[in-house]
Design a protein around this ligand. Structure first.
Ligand code: MG
Length: 249
């Protein structure tokens, strides 16, 4: 498995890509409220990305028809924005966004509550986010890739949730999805040894119930098989000799 090591120049470009993506997510997060359609979120996201002189990573990627993946409630990832899909008070919504700056991708996801959400939904969002931070404690030179997977698994499993297995994190750079694949659940092997200059998109997708997911007939939208809620949290990170540098925050 060839995992690319970025040069200082490439790292600078990926920092800038991540900085711009963080602002896109911040702006989109502010816009989430009851009554907005998932299409409006996508339109706003595409405009923000293009106003930053960047290109949406997801638009037309393997035919995906939008710039932002907008996944509501039991939708795990890859929700297709629609004018008819209106967010309601109490929903949770996952926004996955990626952009290309001077040839380099950044990829990040956030789950937001719509208006007031119940305590159980809030706990799912919080645990999902924290699982990313548990994982990146091991995203540093000298650790092994699956140390990250195992740390995420330990934290999420202790909280009683299901970790999606059919979708994983990934290396990132001039390609949106580069080697290595990064599972969020426990692995028997150690995985590759991490080296400074690797850039990884780490993205736990966590279900309230079981980990099983199914693909809808639109070929994109992934939903929980048992109908429970799902949350997603992702950042593009740089491996260093010390703590991981989170590029998209
Ligand atoms: Mg990703």
């Amino acid at each position: 498995m060839a995992v690319s090591i970025k040069s200082e120049r490439e790292i600078e470009l990926m920092r800038e890509a991540g900085r711009r993506l963080a602002i896109v997510h911040h702006e989109l997060g502010q816009a989430i409220k009851p009554g907005i359609s998932t299409w409006e979120i996508d339109q706003m996201g595409e405009r923000l990305i293009r106003d930053f002189d960047c290109i949406p990573s997801f638009l037309n990627y393997h035919g995906f028809p939008a710039s932002i993946c907008v996944s509501v409630n039991d939708e795990v990832v890859h929700g297709i924005p629609k004018k008819t899909r209106i967010l309601q008070e109490g929903d949770i919504v996952s926004l996955d966004a990626g952009l290309i700056y001077k040839g380099y991708h950044s990829d990040a996801a956030r789950t937001h509550g719509v208006g007031n959400i119940d305590e159980e939904a809030k706990r799912l969002i919080d645990v999902t986010k924290q699982s990313f931070f548990e994982g990146i404690r091991y995203a540093r030179q000298g650790c092994h890739l699956y140390d990250i997977s195992n740390a995420i698994d330990a934290y999420v499993t202790a909280n009683g949730y299901g970790i999606v297995r059919d979708l994983v994190g990934h290396g990132i750079g001039t390609g949106l999805h580069e080697d290595p694949q990064i599972p969020n659940f426990r692995q028997k092997r150690k995985g590759i040894k991490l080296s400074k200059g690797m850039t990884l998109a780490i993205e736990p997708m966590i279900n309230q119930g079981r980990y099983d997911v199914v693909w809808l007939k639109d070929d994109w939208t992934v939903v929980t098989e048992d109908g429970t809620l799902s949350a997603h949290y992702e950042n593009t990170v740089l491996i260093t000799e010390g703590e991981a540098e989170i590029l998209s925050i």
